[in-house]
Design a protein around this ligand. Structure first.
Ligand code: SF4
Length: 352
């Protein structure tokens, strides 16, 4: 099997070139720059690399190039990409929010967390992505964009902490100063909170952002929405988040998607304010995007207003994010249709 060279971090590339290819270490600087900064798709274009090495690279390695199946643009400028990757179809979203341009990447084919409100969760789990499959989504979107991508969020299909090895390599590659060089603080890893997940992010000793999909500060309600939440209680999750804030000096983002009649009442707002107390955090409120086939609904505007107004004076930072890309099913919780539509991929095993 050829080496999937886009999956190698700078250190891994250097080691591979020295130990397996018998090359000098400096070759890693040249090749990493060609792959991740200039983003060439062929070894033949690496003109400062000797012809002999280029030819050996052709024989032993390959550069993953996603096939772009479609790119649907919503009126708000959000673009949802459907890509064919070696492991299957993947959806990624490019979100303009000047001066930022954010790429939302997938990390798994489907997801096994089985969140009840999420289309990806309904689509089941079909495998982990490798690091090259994660970073090549970013490169394909960068190629199709006139403006530089400034931010990356790992909030597409999949639970990043459930595919940690590949995600950690992709984080390293995306933030490397010889590559596309997205600043660590401009990259956010999202999680529903699985045991040991946040600890792995802390162990990297980097400045990557952390967003936690909370969706309810009432234990029973959260468990009914996110089955895997039964493996980590709300107090335990808060402990993990506090450790992250202490280790990085950064605030956590609490993602809270308002769903009609489920978590949008004032008593839920009160539980959220109490939970956020003492935790350096910002609260990101989202309004649920209906997913075909799922029973959940958007909350009425009056409930959104009351919920938001309750939180504003009680919490450090609250934003109500009007979701982007709803018209192209590229909004939060709406990815995964391609996985469901692929007849070879039946819904898998949601965690229960
Ligand atoms: Fe997976 Fe995230 Fe969807 Fe939950 S919300 S099923 S973790 S993709």
């Amino acid at each position: 099997m050829p080496v999937r060279i886009l999956s190698l971090t700078f250190q891994e590339l250097e080691k591979w070139l020295v130990n397996e290819m018998g090359e000098k270490a400096f070759r890693a600087k040249q090749i990493f720059t060609w792959l991740h900064f200039r983003r060439v798709r062929s070894f033949s274009r690496m003109t400062d690399v000797s012809l002999a090495l280029r030819s050996r690279l052709e024989e032993t390695a390959e550069i993953t190039v996603p096939r772009r199946e479609s790119a649907a643009e919503a009126p708000d400028g959000t673009v949802k990409y459907l890509l064919s990757l070696p492991g299957g179809p993947a959806e990624s979203v490019l979100i303009p929010d000047p001066p930022r341009l954010t790429a939302c990447l997938s990390t798994q084919y489907g997801c096994r967390m089985g969140c009840r409100f999420c289309m990806t969760g309904s689509a089941g789990f079909h495998g982990n992505m490798t690091a090259d499959e994660i970073v090549s989504q970013l490169y394909t979107m960068a190629e199709g964009s006139r403006n530089r991508i400034s931010n990356v969020v790992l909030m597409g299909m999949g639970e990043p902490m459930d595919n940690w090895e590949s995600v950690a390599a992709a984080l390293d590659i995306m933030s490397h100063d010889r590559g596309i060089c997205i600043g660590q603080r401009k990259i956010t890893v999202s999680t529903v909170g699985i045991p040991g997940g946040i600890a792995k992010l802390i162990d990297l000793k980097k400045q990557y952002g952390l967003a936690v999909s909370l969706h309810s500060a009432v234990e029973s309600v959260r468990r009914s929405l996110i089955p895997v939440a039964s493996a980590l209680t709300l107090p335990e999750l808060k402990e993990d988040m506090l450790r992250y804030t202490e280790a990085t000096g950064r605030r956590v983002t609490l993602e809270y998607c308002l769903i009609r009649g489920v978590n949008d009442s004032l008593s839920h707002a009160s539980a959220l304010a109490a939970y956020a107390s003492g935790l350096p955090c910002k609260i990101n409120l989202l309004i649920y995007n209906p997913v075909p086939g799922l029973e959940w609904e958007r909350p009425p505007e009056t409930a959104v207003k009351e919920f938001t107004e309750f939180l504003y004076p009680r919490c450090q930072a609250v934003t109500l994010r009007r979701s982007r890309g709803g018209k192209v099913a590229g909004a939060c919780g709406q990815l995964g249709a391609s996985v469901l539509e692929d007849p070879a991929r039946k819904p898998g095993f949601p965690v229960s």
